[in-house]
Design a protein. Sequence first.
Length: 210
Amino acid sequence: MRLTPKHITYLKVVIHAVSLGFFTLLVLGVFNGSLGADPTEGISHFTGKAALNTLIITLLVSPIAKRFKQSALMRVRRVIGLYSFFWAGLHLASYALLDLSLNWSLLGSEIISRPYLAVGAVSWVILFLLTLTSNQYMQRYLGKRWQTLHNYVYVAVILSPIHYYWSVKSGLLEPAIYIVISFFLLALRWQTFKRWLPMHWFTLKTTSTN
């Protein structure tokens, strides 16, 4: 059965409902104290994982659509991607507000001095740029450059779980699983990813192996 525009509309409604449902859980967790002994850490962990999960789901849409020959499914990718940045924005906002009291100069120095924050910041900037250019107007305006820019999502999907891995002091298994999933997603897109990487990189690699 082919997905129709009506099916896509229903699916988008489900995506909104699930996303807003998780946001409601976060708000309730803040008020009822269910985010753990350290609510600040709980909020950061919740929003960070939500951003990472939605980013992974965004990258899963394309292979699923191709596998089941449901090209219409690609129309939900943008809304999931927007929710990924929504959660990433909350993740940054919670850190800036709750940990640094909106001290922006301190935020800058923290990013410079802490590698895991620098990695997370790069990933956040990528998601921010992809969100700004996700509409059809920017796609037409940028032309071929649009796809080049949006291929940077591959960098974000690598850096985000690395940021997660470096940020935790214990329980490394879960972030390690996310790293494995990220590389699996890149493996599914290896041909596209290979074309996107600078061609001289492959030339140098081929030369070094001969």
